[in-house]
Design a protein around this ligand. Structure first.
Ligand code: ASP
Length: 436
């Protein structure tokens, strides 16, 4: 029986915070695996160690700027190291300094050093074994290679108690590769999967998942339980809960995740399960969120339903320009593609519309930008009679125009396209109407 505990950056940002996390680990003997983030912000004004490492890499040949950022890293780690008096902190810091200043060192390697050193320190504090993620977390073509990771982890002694640095692994050539920011959450589920843990506890500085971002709705309600699907939708749609790829390693062999607050461990947190076991009427809606800066391309073509290969032709143009489509939906005679504005890197939005017009034989192609997608996520939304009417009435009462609507087949979300500038107001209105 074992549990993996992943601690986020704020939970490990100072000696006091680390002591609290160590107490949490020690209070349950099943907590045999720990995943550490790099130290986060100690105060709202201070910087995360990962951001300081980024600055160090950028300024590695500018002595003054480098020294300033590196001093921030040193002070964060020296403070935590007061909890492990025998730990060779100065040697470790000197090695990291040398590695960053060596011109061949990759950015990924530099960024990984925050997790690396914090995990080593935490292992010393807990009396656990440091297990480098580079030993078993494998990437292939820039993505996590789960089968190879499982294979590599087979030889690791299951009797041990380990601290594993989050956020990185190694690629097919043996070089350190990081996940995108916030990726230690993924390491947590990798560890849960490869060591067959019964639970994955993700410890942060908040009490759990809220129906809306408490910065937008200060009275927002906490959710007791969400499903894997709901979580995927909410993190994809901009709710800052867990990294959007957290579930990949445990989707097939579900392991429950418990979101907990390391500053208030007695609180119930939020349980994330493959399938929800309780759905009280008042808990149908789990999240109201949204994301700015989308474009929408609407393609109209009479008798689209009879045109073999039309969709393929359209999507191949996006593919050619490396433009990732976020959502699509189609009607009888039209198709709609939602794309994040930041995807237009190789070509501008207006130019891409021209290319599409030249390449596909459509009746009309129209483009909209500066769109926000408002998402209402919850349990079996498609069965909730009157939900859409309530949302639309609320928006129209406040003169927020709806550009488009999309209900996914996963049945747990409804997505509504509105103007960028109206997103925050829309979240507040819809929350008031659906939740209270
Ligand atoms: N330290 C990294 C970040 O700040 C990764 C993580 O904390 O998950 O994004």
């Amino acid at each position: 029986m074992s549990i993996v505990c992943k601690f986020g950056g704020t939970s490990l940002a100072s000696a006091d915070n680390v002591r609290r996390c160590a107490e949490i680990v020690k209070s349950d003997p099943r907590r045999r695996y720990v995943v550490a983030s790099a130290p986060g912000k100690k105060t709202p004004e201070s910087k995360k160690v990962t951001d300081l490492l980024l600055a160090c890499h950028k300024n590695r040949f500018q002595e003054q700027a480098f020294a300033e950022s590196f001093a921030g890293i040193e002070s964060a780690f020296r403070e935590i190291a007061t909890l492990a008096p025998d730990f060779p902190i100065e040697e470790e810091l000197a090695a990291i300094r040398r590695q960053i200043q060596f011109s061949e060192t990759s950015l990924d390697f530099v960024l990984s050093r925050g997790e690396y050193l914090n995990a080593k320190l935490l292992a010393a504090i807990l009396g656990y074994t440091f297990l480098d993620a580079a030993k078993f977390v494998r990437f292939q073509g820039g993505e996590l290679d789960l089968p190879a990771t499982i294979e590599q982890a087979k030889d690791i002694d299951r009797e041990g108690r380990y601290v594993v640095p989050g956020f990185y692994g190694v690629d097919e050539y043996g070089y350190v590769k990081t996940f995108s920011r916030g990726g230690s959450d993924i390491t947590g589920s990798i560890v849960a999967r490869v060591f067959g843990c019964e639970a994955y506890e993700n410890w942060t500085d908040v009490d759990g998942i809220y129906v809306a971002d408490p910065r937008v709705i200060p009275r927002a309600k906490k959710v007791e339980q969400v499903s894997f699907r709901e979580l995927r939708e909410m993190s994809y749609m901009g709710a800052s809960v867990l990294h959007s790829e957290t579930l990949l390693p445990i989707f097939e062999q579900p392991i429950p995740i418990y979101l907990k607050n390391s500053f208030a461990p007695e609180k119930s947190g939020t349980e994330i399960l493959k399938k929800r076991t309780q759905v009280a009427e008042r808990e149908v809606i789990t999240c109201i969120t949204g994301k700015n800066d989308y474009t929408c391309i609407q393609i109209s073509k009479m008798m689209l339903d009879k045109q073999l290969g039309f969709v393929k032709k359209a999507t191949s143009v996006f593919e050619e320009y490396h433009i990732n489509i976020s959502h699509t939906h189609s009607g009888l005679d039209n198709l709609c593609f939602f794309v994040e504005q930041s995807e237009y890197k190789t070509i501008g939005f207006a130019d891409f519309l021209e290319v599409l017009r030249a390449r596909i034989d459509a009746d009309k192609i129209k483009g909209y930008d500066n769109l926000a997608l408002l998402a209402v996520i919850g349990h079996d939304l498609s069965e909730k009679v009157g939900l859409l009417a309530t949302v639309f009435n609320a928006l129209s009462k406040h003169e927020i125009g709806v550009r488009t609507i999309y209900q996914s087949i996963s049945e747990c979300n409804v997505i509504i396209g509105i103007e960028n500038a109206e997103l925050m107001k829309a979240v507040q209105i819809v929350y008031a109407e659906l939740v209270g």
